[in-house]
Design a protein around this ligand. Structure first.
Ligand SMILES: Cc1cc2nc3c(=O)[nH]c(=O)nc-3n(C[C@H](O)[C@H](O)[C@H](O)COP(=O)(O)OP(=O)(O)OC[C@H]3O[C@@H](n4cnc5c(N)ncnc54)[C@H](O)[C@@H]3O)c2cc1C
Length: 370
């Protein structure tokens, strides 16, 4: 089967590898370099702490594959526990954490509620005197996202795929193929994994999708204390160890961004907020070494769009800020769908018509089940 994969981010590179490894005749296209989209701007936080059955299955597979690939090329999965919590007074998120943990455990996740004093004993720098409910998973780690995409694109090439970077392509639906400049190239199947550009690429081919790109932000610091991967659900920010320092972020701008015209630098308010947050949470007066923004993609129900959307045309996007950590499983599922398997039925992109009105919800937000 001749397959075009549009987008050499973590998801497209994984799909290209799995397709080529299973006998597909694959070409992976990227308008820039492999990993030059959102993947190259991601924080590299990976964990399996998801409550819904399908999400837990996907995350379990993703973490297992990260571990399998770790040590190959320049890619390393650095095992680091992930801790998340709600503060006192934030009863809604406290209830949500207490409700999610048993559901995660029922899905075989190695997750437990943890006493704030025990957290403080393990990580003395982490302030926990205001924590109402906290949980921890040890199935988590930190990575360099671009190294993952580079590894998987390299593995795809070794399995026989062609990788064409610096090549912006469009989709042609009748017959199935891609357009490069004015030329059409025929394929049996086209997988659009173009990140924030997915909606535009498909719209140009007359295929509407319910997807909105939105801006999030991150920064790094010169140094920092010993901390786990941490998400302060009440404060709405995360941090992770990063070399000798920390990487911290969120800074969600809950409005639709133009994927070709958005501010790449972080906002001053974001940098100030995170510096305050670090001073409060880990007692660290941070020297900021870098601060940037990037794009995530939202869907109406916060679940991905993954699967066939027209005959021979497949989409893989809409990760709501969790695309990198699930990419080894999502790319694999996309490849399976292209090869005639079922993919992930819950993520079927045809559940939307593409013209839905919806608000963008911050990706890591913790909410009670409705
Ligand atoms: C600051 C920040 C921090 C984040 N932190 C995390 C995190 O810790 N964990 C996590 O799970 N997720 C995180 N994310 C989200 C994560 O980056 C994305 O979900 C993930 O990288 C998406 O991967 P992708 O392969 O779908 O898309 P992308 O990495 O965006 O790849 C899409 C590719 O398509 C290419 N492309 C677009 N249009 C075309 C075209 N017409 N022709 C050819 N190529 C095209 C682009 O150049 C790009 O390389 C973060 C995002 C940001 C911005």
């Amino acid at each position: 089967m001749k397959v075009a994969v549009i987008g050499g981010g973590a998801v497209g590179a994984t799909a290209a590898y799995d397709l080529a490894d299973r006998g597909g005749d694959v070409t992976l296209f990227d308008r820039g370099d492999v990993g030059s989209g959102s993947t190259g701007r991601a924080a590299g936080i990976c964990y399996d702490a998801f409550a819904a059955d399908v999400d837990a299955r996907v995350a379990d597979r993703a973490v297992a594959r990260f571990r399998e690939f770790s040590g190959q090329g320049g890619f390393r999965f650095e095992e680091t526990p992930y801790v998340w919590f709600a503060r006192e007074g934030d009863e809604r998120r406290e209830r949500a954490i207490r409700e999610h943990v048993p559901r995660m455990q029922a899905n075989d996740r190695d997750v437990e509620l943890v006493n704030p004093a025990d957290l403080a004993a393990e990580w003395p720098a982490l302030r926990t005197d205001d924590v109402a409910a906290a949980a921890v998973t040890r199935d988590a780690g930190c990575v360099r996202p671009a190294a993952y995409a580079e590894l998987l694109a390299g593995k795809a090439e070794s399995a026989g795929a062609r990788v064409e970077t610096g090549t912006e392509v469009g989709v042609s639906t009748d017959p199935t193929g891609v357009t490069v400049g004015g030329d059409r190239r025929g394929f049996d199947a086209v997988l659009v994994a173009a990140g924030a550009h997915t909606k535009r690429v498909l719209a140009d081919a007359g295929v509407p999708v319910a997807l909105k790109p939105y801006r999030v932000q991150a920064l790094t610091t010169a140094d920092g204390p010993d901390v786990p991967l941490t998400y302060d659900a009440t404060g709405g920010f995360y941090l992770r160890p990063y070399g000798d320092g920390l990487l911290a972020g969120d800074g969600t701008e809950a409005v639709e961004s133009d994927p070709d015209d958005w501010k790449r630098d972080a906002d001053d308010w974001f940098v100030a907020d995170v510096r305050d947050g670090l001073a409060y949470r880990v007692g660290h007066d941070a020297e900021v070494t870098d601060a940037w923004a990037g794009l995530c993609t939202a869907t109406p129900d916060r679940d991905p769009l993954l699967g066939e959307i027209r005959d021979g045309l497949y989409v893989a996007a809409g990760w709501q800020g969790h695309g990198f950590m699930r990419s080894p499983a999502l790319g694999e599922a996309a490849a399976e769908a292209v090869l005639g398997g079922e993919g992930v039925p819950a993520f079927d992109p045809t559940r939307f018509t593409g013209d839905e009105e919806f608000d963008i919800v911050e990706g890591m937000a913790i909410e009670e089940s409705s």
